[in-house]
Design a protein around this ligand. Structure first.
Ligand code: HEM
Length: 422
């Protein structure tokens, strides 16, 4: 296996995309500080190499669809949980953003994961999400009405893609309406530590956001203990109070913060990514405008080609086979969901946006035990919002070429200025 070598200084950069490269160079790009550039050429270079690339003694990049899918479902692959961090990284708890995720189900392994997930999953049943559809449609209607008042040049991230999911998740959790405004900044800062590469400044910002969120939910839990409501904060606080073994105090606050942030950060990016893809492919936008039933398939193709979450990581607990290679215990895997979604062995013409594809099944929500708890909710919000937006504004167009957030993992657009009418 080739080892990582320094990046070639003369890589071509055409319109925000990287030019041709080999697999080692692709690895260098993906593991370097995140930029606004598209990762598609790096993914293509990895696919040309094979489903897995060893980058250093412990580190592997996994890009093949079948290999990523299998690794996500393999119990030999663990998340980096608090117990492992305790051994590998003395003093890690001082990194409060890292600790927040480590205390949540996202980074827990069985039996702790099973215990935490069971408590939260009762709220995200398909039935409950389906029942929310009318509320989401109403909220979309209100937001679209407000867009008209802002007029041409309005930023669709700020005025639709963010306010919709934040309204839905805060309502589910029972977070007061007047507090909604501050979470975009906090999530942006906190999720910096979900990137493969972060600086000390990123870490300081993320830790401050973690402190603020934990303190916020600490107060809210106290409020709901005094005045219970029909919401998730009340339900999870009651589970903790009934039996601290089922959910510890740290886990309670960490999971509430996780649910809030995961509930809108990625869904905002899904809606934004979808708008750009549709406006760049007007014939498909017209089809969706005419037939809202197509939204299910269209959203799957958006998830595939521009996944709001591009990667996750696992530690190999017991030697296992990944993409035809035996990886030893202790190896660290970067599972490139976004690359798996572009695997030419799985998808014909993987770089082409084609919502008419059958059986897409993107890995954007992961797979196996940690499969995204909010997937039905995120899908539903996008499926409702996109046709409604296109119908309300038949002349919708990008006002200018938008800019990506400088993120490798959580892919989205910084702002989305559009013209509503000609
Ligand atoms: C387009 C939107 C979304 C995407 C792309 C997405 C993606 C993901 C992915 C890839 C994972 C698995 C991570 C891993 O295996 O390491 C995950 C887990 C999770 N997601 Fe989402 N998510 C989205 C929306 C949501 C929403 C709306 C919620 C909450 C309402 C949510 C809550 C969670 C939670 C709680 C987990 C952890 C599950 C576990 O560890 O058992 N997500 N998500």
């Amino acid at each position: 296996m080739p080892l990582l070598r320094p990046r070639a200084p003369d890589r071509v950069d055409i319109d925000g995309h990287y030019g041709l490269m080999d697999a080692a160079e692709a690895a260098g790009i993906l593991l370097a500080p995140p930029t606004e550039r598209e990762p598609d050429a790096a993914y293509a270079a990895l696919h040309a190499h094979g489903p897995i690339l060893q980058v250093s003694a412990p580190l592997y990049l996994v890009s093949g669809y079948a290999a990523v899918d299998r690794a996500l479902r393999d119990p030999a692959m663990e998340t980096f949980d608090a117990a492992q961090l305790e051994v590998a990284w003395p003093g890690w708890r001082e990194y409060r953003a890292v600790a927040l995720f480590a205390d949540s189900m996202l980074r827990a392994n069985p039996p702790h994961h099973t215990r935490q997930r069971r408590l939260a999953s009762g709220v995200f049943t398909a039935r409950r999400v389906a029942a929310l559809r009318a509320v989401v449609a109403e909220q979309v209607d209100v937001l679209l009405g407000e867009l008209t008042a802002y007029g041409n040049g309005v930023d669709l991230v700020g005025r639709l893609a963010y306010p919709l999911p934040i309204a839905v998740i805060t309502a589910l959790l029972g977070v007061p309406v007047e507090d909604r405004g501050k979470f975009r900044r906090l999530a942006e800062a906190l999720t910096g530590v979900l990137e493969m590469h972060w600086t000390e400044a990123d870490r300081v910002r993320a830790d401050a956001a973690a402190d603020e969120l934990i303190e916020y939910f600490g107060h809210l839990v106290e409020l709901r203990r005094a005045q219970p409501a029909d919401d998730l904060v009340t339900a999870l606080a009651a589970a903790h109070d009934a039996d601290g073994e089922r959910l510890t105090a740290d886990e309670l606050l960490a999971n509430l913060a996780l649910l809030l942030v995961a509930g809108f950060e990625t869904t905002t990016n899904l809606i934004g990514n979808a708008v750009v893809l549709l406006l760049d492919h007007p014939a498909y936008a017209d089809k969706l405008r005419d037939d809202a039933e197509l939204a299910t398939a269209y959203v799957e193709e958006v998830l595939r080609i521009d996944s709001p979450v591009q990667l996750t990581t696992r530690r190999v607990a017991r030697a296992a086979e990944v993409g035809g290679v035996t990886v030893p215990a202790g190896a660290e895997l970067v599972l490139l969901l976004g690359a798996a979604n572009r695997d030419p062995d799985r998808f014909a013409k993987p770089d082409v946006f084609d919502p008419d594809r059958a059986g897409v099944s993107p890995l954007s929500f992961g797979a196996g035990a940690h499969y995204c708890l909010g997937a039905p909710l995120a899908r539903m919000e996008a499926q409702v919002a996109l046709p409604a937006l296109l119908r309300r504004f038949p002349d919708l167009a990008l006002a200018e070429r938008p800019k990506r957030r400088a993120r490798m993992n959580l892919r989205g657009w910084r702002e989305l200025p559009v013209t509503l009418t000609r």
